[in-house]
Design a protein around this ligand. Sequence first.
Ligand code: CTP
Ligand code: CA
Length: 227
Amino acid sequence: LIASFQPKVLAGKRVLITAGPTFEAIDPVRGLTNLSSGKMGYAVARAAREAGADVTLVSGPTTLATPHGVRRIDVLSARQMHEAVMAAVHGQHVFIGVAAVADWRVVNFSAQKMKKQDGGAPPELKFEQNPDILASVASTVSITGWPYCVGFAAESENLVEYGAAKREKKGVPLLVGNIGHHTFGQDDNSVILFDESGHTVLPPADKLTLGRQLVSEIAKRLERRSL
Ligand code: CTP
Ligand code: CA
């Protein structure tokens, strides 16, 4: 019901969002993941939809219900997420990378379940870096001018300093910083917005409230761009 009272600040806009963790297989029954629940990304997707956008949500494994009216594409690994995003990015006005994407995948993945041997050495995992989805999307902007890219950063310390540096490094106009172990799995969050003019601390709130604030900040910036 409340949804209908949200201002339609993204009417006619297409928004692509990643959410949740990724899962990097070790063998057919095991893998590596992280503590992201997907709640923040799903809240952003819901808020964007409430604001009138056409929303595509590329989601890692979560237990959450798809927000009403949102198109959802499920993936497991970072590489699958990268592929799904690049297949959907054409024609998008906004990309928001909320997912906690694994930085590395296991290269010596075993097609059969690994068996332990009594007294045998434990397996040694070898890693390779995953593609950077946000950077891939951001690099398409130079050609078309779109989409407007928003990153998230989960840090464990020095948020103000690391957030500002990460925004520059990623080459995105807007980045949302939070403290990873304070937000993963929680209903509430506390975030800082970084843009070219500095940073703004948002008061701690539930993730839907923060999602709506982020949507309104993005809409403001899109409007400024088109002036
Ligand atoms: N991201 C991505 N693809 C990756 C890694 C990260 O799209 N392979 C995105 C995240 O969704 C987020 C942003 O990049 O929007 C920042 O992620 P983060 O993990 O904080 O930054 P990294 O660049 O991976 O740096 P590090 O983890 O070393 O701090
Ligand atoms: Ca990372």
